[in-house]
Structure formats: C-alpha cells, structure tokens
Design a protein around this ligand. Sequence first.
Ligand code: NDP
Ligand code: BG6
Length: 514
Amino acid sequence: MSSEVVSRSEVFGWLKKELYGEKQSSSSPAHTFIILGASGDLAKKKIYPTLWWLFRDGLLPEETSIVGFARSKLSVEDIRTACLPFMKVTEEESESLSAFFRRNSYVVGRYDDGSCFSQLNTHLSSLPGGADANRLFYLALPPTVYHDVSANIRAHCMSHKGWTRLIVEKPFGRDLQSSQELSAHLSSRFTEEQIYRIDHYLGKEMVQNLMVLRFGNRIFGPIWNRNSVACVVLTFKEPFGTQGRGGYFDSFGIIRDVMQNHLLQILCLVAMEKPASTSPDDVRDEKVKVLKCIAPVCVSDVVLGQYVGDPEGEGHAKEGYLDDPTVPKGSCTPTFATAVLYVQNERWDGVPFILRCGKALNERKAEVRLQFTDVPGDIFNQSCQRNELVVRVQPDEAIYLKMMTKRPGVHFSPEETELDLTYKSRYKNVKLPDAYERLILDVFCGNQMHFVRSDELREAWRIFTPLLHHIEGQRTQPSPYTYGSRGPNEADELAKRVGFRYEGTYKWVHPHTT
Ligand code: NDP
Ligand code: BG6
C-alpha cells in the first residue's frame, strides 16, 4: 500500500513529463499566453484562475509569460484583485501566487486598431523568448470583434520561429451562414492546426471517459446499437436562471447556448463508430460522420420552455425570466428545450436521441442515459424494468447500471438495483482537473482531440439552423414552466411519445446512509 502513496509534486512531475516529453531543459522554448479581453467576465472567472492552478501545480511550461490585453486601463494589481475571489488560494500558496502574478503584464489597446497590436507585439517581443516564443492567444471576447482581432494578430503578432495558436470561445456564429463567414475569415488567416475552438464539455472527465467506456470494454460493444437501445437521453440542467446575464442570453437562447454545442458533442461521442486510432483527426472524422447522418431537427420533435417566477420559491421568491431587467420585454427566447434527433445510419436508425437542457430547473445535473429495450419473452409477469446505463457528468461523477436482481432472501421475485461506480468512493484521493485546465494544457501540447473542427461546426449548425430560423421567424411562444420545476410537462410527453419509459419505481439507497 505504502508504495502507492506518492506526493502531489511527484504526480505532477510525471504528468508534466507525459505532457511535454523529457524534462524541460534550459533550451525548452518560452511561451507567451495572451488573454484578449482580459478585463472581462470569462477572463476573471475562468482563464486567469485556470492559469494560476496550472502554475501552482507546476504544469505550465517553465518559461511562460502571461499578458492581458483589453480596452480598460488596468494594472496587473487590478486584475489580481478582480480574479482573487475565483482563484481558491490557500494561505500557504500566497508566495506562489505572487510568483504567478510576477509573470503577468498588461497592455491596454483597442481591438480594431492595428497600431495597438503593433505595440502589443513590441511588448511580447520584450518578454523571455522574445519574438520567437510560442504564442497562444485566448479570444475571451464577444464574437463581434473576432474579425478585427484575428486580422490584427495575423498582421502584427505572429511568433517568428515558434508556433502561434488561437483559442476561440463559443458562440461560433449564430447560424450556419454567420458561422461559415467566421470560419472563412479565420481560415484565410490561420490554418486549422492553429485554431482551437473550445467546447469546455469536451474537457470534462466523464465526457472524455465515454471513449474508454465504449471502446475499452468488451461488454458494451455488442449492445450499443438499435437492437438493444430503446433511446438515449442527454440532459443538462441548471438550478438557476440568467441572473442578470439575461441581455447576453436573450440574443442566443438555450439551443445555441447548450444544445447545439455541449449536448451535440456528447451525442457524437455516444453515437460514433470506433475511430481507427485515438489521433485527433481519426476521432473527429468519426464525429463528423455521425453529424452527417442527422437530418435537421423537425419542429414537431421539439418542446421549448421559458421559466416563470415562483413567488413561493425555497428561501426567497424566484423571479421569472421576463422579470430579469436585462431581458427585453415580451421575449420569446427559450430557456429550456427538448429536441429529438435521429442518427440515420446502420447502428442507430430509429433510435431517438432525446436532448434536454434548461435553466432554472430543479437541480444541477448533466448526464448521458442509455435506456435499453424490454427483455423479450417475459417470464416475470412484467415486473422487470428496463436496464439503464447512466454516465453522470456532474455533479458527483458516476457511472451506474440500473438492473434487475433476485430480491435477496426467501423471495424469488425480481427487484431493481444497480451496479454503481461512484467516483468519490472508488477514487477517494484523486483530484479531477477542471475542464479548462485540461483543455488549456492540450493547447500547449498541440493536441486538438478535444476541440471542435470546422466541419463538425458546420454540420452542427446545419442541424439546428432551420429550427432556429423557424422559431425566431414565427416568434414561437415557449411553454411556461415554474422556476425550480422539471420543465414543461410537454417535454416529458414528447420523450414518452418517442419511446422513453419512466416508471418512477427505482429507489436508490445512498451507500453512506445504510
Ligand atoms: P431518476 O429516477 O430521477 O430519473 C430517471 C429519468 O427519468 C431521468 O431522465 C429523469 O428526468 C426522468 N424522470 C424523472 N421524473 C420523471 C417524470 N415524472 N416523468 C418523466 N420522466 C421523469 O434517476 P435515476 O433512476 O437514474 O436515479 C434515481 C436517483 O438515484 C437519482 O437521484 C440518482 O442520482 C441516484 N443515483 C445515484 C447513484 C450514484 O450517485 N452513484 C447511483 C444510482 C442512482 P429528470 O432528470 O428531468 O428528472
Ligand atoms: C456555458 C453556457 O457554455 O456552460 C452557460 O454558456 C452554462 O450558460 C455553462 O451555465 C455550464 O457550464 P458548467 O461547466 O458549469 O456545466
């Protein structure tokens, strides 16, 4: 047992070796990480904290400088103050935190002004590694400025001898046409190998686990198809509303915010064929093939919802979407959607993939659920329920298989139970990295497996654009649902209509309560 106990620094030492190859020598290349939009919400809440965690755990390449760029006049000290609440720093780490911020600098400038990027370049060239350092630009910006920024990086800020990579945040456009325009603009200036389109769900532990679960086990392969699977349910639920972010949310809606990207990416990993290898392009080739087999979503296979206030909400009254002062009056933007997609290929023909997502629901949860067909030739008087394999992405990562067993003891009747792999119990001392930590490391290492390729993006928009144009053109009224509920009843009816069966008989006994 004692031989298994290793220190945290040893673990990270190994990991670093795995990531960057043999121990970095003094001749290892220097890196500069540039955050464009350094004054914004994403930078403050996610990007700076993630860089700090990587630095703290010794996972950044030795010689890495961090440069913020935005329009606001800020100092590194201002950035430190703004980010601190999100960085989870312990008292012992305060010295290390100061060392982290010593690697930071900040440049003020406009996104549409070439001369500001020229100044940025002068600053970058004064840092370790100079003009030859590898440069990684994170576009933590609204898509409206992507055009200017990418053109200015290309014209003024490319690394001379090192690589230049660009991380682009969603939303990648609003529909097929705008996304194609953005893609054309980016690809006229950068190669596909330089562009990292981030979908942070691809950085989550259980989403990455789907490939190992499927292709590293003999037992799932033969049942992972239309012969045994009745339906697949992919769920994203949040227990809070737009919380003053309604202005941004309202121009996108839940389909663009979650369904077209996070849930569709998970669908691809559940439905794809085994790739020829785990190389990024082999994996993404298979994902694209899945998308190509999905027809645009039918309006009749969709239920939209919008939350309304719950004056008696637990603790304090919960406001409805339209009560948010940042949401335009009378908005029809959906905050909930259920849509049924079909993958028309030999493996999945006829199997409904039910995608469900919403805000202001009864719980926080993201999961993948495969519901299997009934056992043919029943001999137990219809007392067996369908098997379900559930991969819970969050919270509390778990994989459980709902199954029937003989009720223990003198009885001879079937009873529902589960095979349960709960990560907290099975992997007690393992810290799972945040999705952004993994993905930013991948960009340093040049691994695009967990990033969205341009053809995936095009197919994803092809599937959802007709629906989005229809509901926005017609101003389709979403069904109201109460803040804190499970969403509109029509969504359950749709799932039932296409074949999902909910019996409500399964009772899980938490192992710690027994
Ligand atoms: P549930 O019985 O809660 O839900 C199963 C599915 O049915 C979900 O898709 C759910 O949707 C849907 N559903 C729930 N209520 C209705 C309804 N009234 N009409 C139609 N559909 C409905 O989940 P499970 O059976 O998987 O598990 C039960 C509980 O046990 C859960 O809390 C689960 O987390 C827990 N459990 C935990 C394990 C672990 O931690 N390792 C292992 C096994 C179980 P929706 O999501 O909208 O409610
Ligand atoms: C983002 C959405 O992509 O994902 C947000 O824009 C959502 O609306 C968030 O809240 C959820 O991410 P996570 O990792 O907290 O599940």
